[in-house]
Ligand binder design. Structure first.
Ligand SMILES: Nc1ncnc2c1ncn2[C@@H]1O[C@H](COP(=O)(O)OP(=O)(O)OP(=O)(O)O)[C@@H](O)[C@H]1O
Ligand SMILES: [Mg+2]
Length: 246
């Protein structure tokens, strides 16, 4: 499902990811942990093709991310949903419109869109906010809209960047239950979190810790740990990043 080999990424002269290698099977649940600035968001953005692969190889959901072009990026994103750390929801549109958007893009019939939007919003406790403009929601409510929009399409792969960051313990548990339900139905989930508590509550999941752009710990043997500074590519071996707009 996911194969990453010798992935490195730089912003200017700073290496944010340094020689990352690991793979996941279909249906795996991975907690990505690590301190602020470790590279978690950068890794998720690479997997969503919001950043180009500069160095190394990445295959995800049958796509070779080294050979993506503007025509195949939307195809990848039909399989891979993301909850961004900063939500990226449309503030002038209401909850219903935000959550329905990816279903409308897929051309689903109105009745099916209606059913799925209401079901997902119910599951996330957003029912009584469904026709409220997202710009006037609380941070935790906006975060749940971002989650609803990501899961409403039943993705093969779900990437979530600190999805419980703004939630109280109850809501955060409810959200984890929802992710676990998707996982139980075969969705591959990668969840970045600072919270040891959340990860500790799900001991059967795979866990990987990033520090300063490197894998420093993982709880399964196939994850490769590189600590060797020599394995970091020298500056000049890669070009300047060519950012794709998301
Ligand atoms: N667009 C960018 N331009 C320059 N540097 C960047 C950019 N995005 C990230 N970085 C740098 O890359 C490093 C890793 O950032 P990243 O956002 O991936 O960390 P993170 O693990 O997600 O942190 P947090 O837990 O705070 O969200 C940081 O040093 C950050 O400053
Ligand atoms: Mg981050």
């Amino acid at each position: 499902m996911l194969v990453i080999r010798h992935l490195s990424h730089n912003f200017g002269r700073h290496w944010t990811l340094k020689n990352i290698s690991f793979s996941l099977n279909k249906g795996d649940f991975l907690f990505l942990s690590g301190p602020s600035g470790a590279g978690k968001t950068t890794l998720l953005k690479l997997l969503y093709a919001a950043l180009p692969v500069q160095r190394g190889q990445v295959q995800l959901a049958g796509f070779n991310l080294n050979a993506l072009d503007y025509a195949t990026v939307p195809m990848l994103r039909r399989q891979v949903s993301v909850v961004f750390q900063d939500f990226k929801i449309l503030p002038d549109h209401n909850v219903y419109e935000n959550v329905a958007l990816p279903l409308e893009v897929r051309g689903l019939p109105r009745a099916a869109i209606d059913r799925r939007v209401h079901a997902v919003c119910r599951g996330l406790g957003l029912e009584n906010r469904i026709f409220t403009a997202c710009g006037s929601l609380s941070g935790g409510e906006q975060q749940r809209v971002a989650v609803a929009r990501a899961v409403v399409v039943n993705p093969q792969v779900l990437l979530a960047d600190e999805p419980t960051g703004n939630l109280d313990p109850d809501l955060s548990q409810r959200l984890m239950d929802l992710f676990m339900q998707f996982h139980a139905h075969g969705t591959t989930v990668i969840l970045a979190t600072h919270s040891r508590e959340i990860a500790a509550r799900n001991p059967s999941a795979k866990m990987l810790r990033l520090e300063n752009g490197m894998i420093t710990w993982a709880n399964w043997p196939e994850a490769v740990t590189f600590k060797d500074a020599d394995s970091i590519p020298a500056w000049g071996e890669v070009g300047l990043p060519n950012h794709l707009e998301i």
